[in-house]
Write a protein that binds this ligand. Structure first.
Ligand code: FMN
Length: 326
C-alpha cells in the first residue's frame, strides 16, 4: 500500500499537489504514444487523461504532460470562487479502492482559472474545461453561469464539459429532468464556439439516459463524459450514507453499463459518428482501459486510480497497454 494511504483522506488530499510536483520534477519529458486519436483537429497522442476535479484550479499544468497524460480536464470552475460544502468532504476505503466525496465545486473561480491558463500558450495536449454553477445561482438561471464560463474561457479551452451531474450541489441534477434539459442546453449552446460535451450522472435510469442522449443530439452537444460519481451509496463501504458521491472500484460496473447503453442507443439512432465519448469511473489498469475502448469509448479518464496508485500511474499504463488482455 502506498504510504499516503495510511494518512486520513483529507490530509493526503491536501498533500497530493505537492507529491505530484515532486514526482514530476524527476520525470523526463517524453510523449507516451499509444491508441492515438484525432478529433475535430485535436490530437490526443494517447487516450488517457485526468478527470474533472483532479486539478480544479489548473495548478499543475506544467506537470500533467510530463507525467504522460494524453489530455487534461480542469475544473469544475464556477463564475465566482466558492468554498467546499461544510462538514466532512472526502473519505476513502482502501480495501475497496473507492472514494466518497461531498465537495460541492470548491474552486478559485473563473478569473483565477483564466490567469492560470494564460500562462501556458500552446499547451502540448488538449485542454478540456469542466464548467458548473455557483451554489447560490438558482436552477432557472443556471445557464447564465455556464455561459459566463464559456465566454471568458473560450480562448483557453479546446473542449468544454457541461457538468450538471455532480450530486454535491443541491438540485443540480434536476437539470437532467425532461422539462428542464432541452431549454437549459439550448440556452447554454446558443453561441457555441468550442466543442461541448455533457457529463452524465450514472444514476439515470436507462430511459432517462436515452432521453438525455436524444436531447443532446437535437441541441448539438458534441459528446459525453460517462460518468460522474454515484449517489447509490453502499452501506458496506462505510461511507456517510445520506449525501455525497462514490467513485473508484465501487462505481466501475455502473459506469461501464452506462457506457454500453449509451453506445448501443447512439448506434440505434444513428448518432454515434463524430461524437466524442469519454469513459470514466473505476478505471485503474491497462486492461480496464482496453475494455472501455473496446466497448466503444474514444478516450478514458481517471481520478480515484491516481489517489490509490499515485502519479506513476500513467507510466505504468504505458508499460502494460501493449500486453494482451488478461
Ligand atoms: C474528490 C473528488 C472530486 C471530484 N470533483 C469533480 C469535479 O469538480 N467535477 C467533476 O465533473 N467531477 C468531479 N469528480 C468526479 C470525477 O471526475 C469522476 O467522474 C469520478 O470520480 C469517477 O472516476 P474515478 O472512478 O476514476 O474516480 C470528483 C471526484 C472525486 C473523487
Amino acid at each position: 500500500m502506498k504510504f499516503w494511504l495510511y494518512l486520513p483522506a483529507n490530509i493526503s488530499h491536501k498533500l497530493s499537489a505537492f507529491g505530484i510536483k515532486l514526482y514530476s520534477f524527476f520525470c523526463t519529458k517524453k510523449k507516451l504514444k499509444y491508441n492515438s486519436l484525432t478529433w475535430k483537429n485535436l490530437n490526443f497522442f494517447n487516450p488517457l487523461g485526468i478527470a474533472g476535479g483532479v486539478d480544479k484550479n489548473a495548478e499543475l499544468l506544467k506537470q500533467w504532460p510530463k507525467l504522460g497524460c494524453g489530455f487534461i480536464e480542469v475544473g469544475t470552475v464556477t463564475p465566482l470562487p466558492q468554498k467546499p460544502n461544510s462538514g466532512k468532504i472526502i473519505d476513502r476505503n482502501n480495501k475497496e479502492l473507492s472514494l466518497w466525496n461531498c465537495m460541492g465545486f470548491p474552486n478559485k473561480g473563473l478569473c483565477h482559472l483564466q490567469k492560470q491558463l494564460k500562462k501556458h500558450k500552446q499547451y502540448p495536449i488538449p485542454i478540456l474545461i469542466n464548467i458548473g454553477k455557483n451554489r447560490e445561482t438558482d436552477l432557472k438561471n443556471a445557464y447564465t453561469d455556464y455561459i459566463k464560463c464559456m465566454d471568458q474561457l473560450q480562448n483557453y479551452a479546446d473542449i468544454f464539459v457541461i457538468n450538471i451531474s455532480s450530486p454535491n450541489t443541491e438540485n443540480l441534477r434536476d437539470l437532467f429532468l425532461k422539462d428542464n434539459l432541452k431549454i437549459f442546453l439550448q440556452n447554454c449552446l446558443q453561441n457555441k464556439i468550442k466543442p461541448t460535451l455533457l457529463k452524465i450522472s450514472p444514476d439515470l435510469s436507462q430511459t432517462e439516459l436515452e432521453h438525455v442522449l436524444n436531447v443532446s443530439c437535437i441541441v448539438g452537444v458534441d459528446g459525453w463524459v460517462i460518468s460522474n460519481t454515484t449517489k447509490s451509496l453502499n452501506p458496506e463501504l462505510n461511507f456517510p450514507l445520506n449525501k455525497g458521491g462514490i467513485s473508484g472500484q465501487a462505481l466501475e460496473e455502473k459506469s461501464k453499463l452506462q457506457l454500453r447503453h449509451s453506445i448501443e442507443h447512439l448506434k440505434k439512432i444513428n448518432k454515434r459518428e463524430n461524437k466524442l465519448i469519454i469513459s470514466v469511473g473505476g478505471i485503474n489498469s491497462a486492461d480496464k482501459i482496453k475494455e472501455r475502448l473496446s466497448i466503444g469509448a474514444d478516450l478514458v479518464q481517471v481520478y480515484s486510480a491516481l489517489v490509490f496508485q499515485g502519479p506513476s500511474f500513467f507510466k505504468k499504463i504505458y508499460k502494460n497497454i501493449k500486453k494482451p488482455l488478461l
